[in-house]
Design a protein around this ligand. Structure first.
Ligand code: T5A
Ligand code: NA
Length: 235
């Protein structure tokens, strides 16, 4: 249903950070805290592995172990993957699928904001640009990586979950997913630094879950208030 005239819009609150920085933990907590305050809120995540046309291919790609190789190539397409399988997608193809996955949801995202629902989003276009540019694929520099996401609805605030590499490593060993190795994670961290923009706020993610949650809630409430006061939906 269309928003009633004058109804306040919801806020687009984004979590970004390296693997195991606590994004999913905090995103879930934040949605509950907002609802408890009477703010309508939903948890969204990207990639949206379910409920999208692109999600299944992305899921298959991510679930495939990284091909054993030097750090720079660690996350790149599996040369030995079966033809036609998602595991063997080129760096360019999987990048465009991640972006398409966001575009699939973009109209629904704007609609939810207009209906007054605050969206707490676990990863978005900054992850897209950071992970692909970290692969250092020839021809796929930062500008190339950012291009397909141009024009997407943009977050009102991006909560950067700042966590030193040692602290991230202490949160458990790497699993078998494609990007889960220390060398590649360092390249991702550097790439994130170069996609940072004015929407970013640093959260000290090395603190305990409750302390982080309190800091996150303060920033989120501030963003919700700005949106209620009429800040337009950004792109
Ligand atoms: N990707 C994504 C792209 O390449 N392109 C794109 O366009 C997009 C959108 C997605 C992968 O896809 C890539 C990036 C990713 O590699 P995913 O399924 O979303 O993968 O997985 P991740 O986001 O990487 O999830 P992680 O599990 O690694 O990290 P989170 O969500 O940051 O961390 P969380 O909350 O699960 O916590 C991790 C562990 O730490 C503990 C938790 O209990 C858990 O064990 N923890 C804490 N411990 C101590 N103190 C705290 N404050 C803690 N908070 C959580
Ligand atoms: Na996560």
């Amino acid at each position: 249903a269309p928003a009633m005239a004058g109804a306040p819009r919801g806020a687009f609150i984004l979590f970004e950070g390296v693997d195991r920085s606590g994004k999913s933990t905090q995103a879930a907590r934040l949605v509950e805290a907002l609802k408890a305050q009477g703010t309508p809120a939903e948890l969204w995540r990207f990639p949206d592995r379910k409920g999208t046309v692109t999600g299944k291919a992305i899921d298959d790609y991510l679930s495939a172990p990284a091909p054993a190789a030097a750090a720079g190539a660690a996350a790149s397409a599996g040369a030995n993957a079966a033809p036609g399988s998602a595991a063997g997608l080129s760096d360019q193809a999987i990048h465009l699928l991640f972006s398409a996955n966001r575009w699939e949801k973009s109209a629904a995202l704007v609609d939810a904001l207009r209906r007054g629902v605050t969206l707490v989003v676990d990863r978005y276009a900054y992850s897209g640009a950071a992970y692909t540019s970290a692969k250092r694929t020839p021809g796929c520099g930062l500008a190339w990586c950012k291009a397909p996401d141009a024009g997407l609805p943009a977050p009102d605030v991006t909560l950067w979950m700042a966590l030193p590499p040692e602290a991230a490593a202490a949160r458990g060993g790497f699993g078998q997913e494609r990007y889960e190795n220390a060398a590649f994670q360092e390249q991702v961290r550097a790439a994130f630094a170069s996609v940072r923009d004015a929407s970013w706020v640093d959260v000290d993610a090395s603190k305990g879950v409750d302390e982080v949650a309190a800091e996150v809630l303060r920033e989120a409430v501030d963003a919700v208030r700005r949106c209620r006061e009429g800040q337009p939906i950004l792109a």
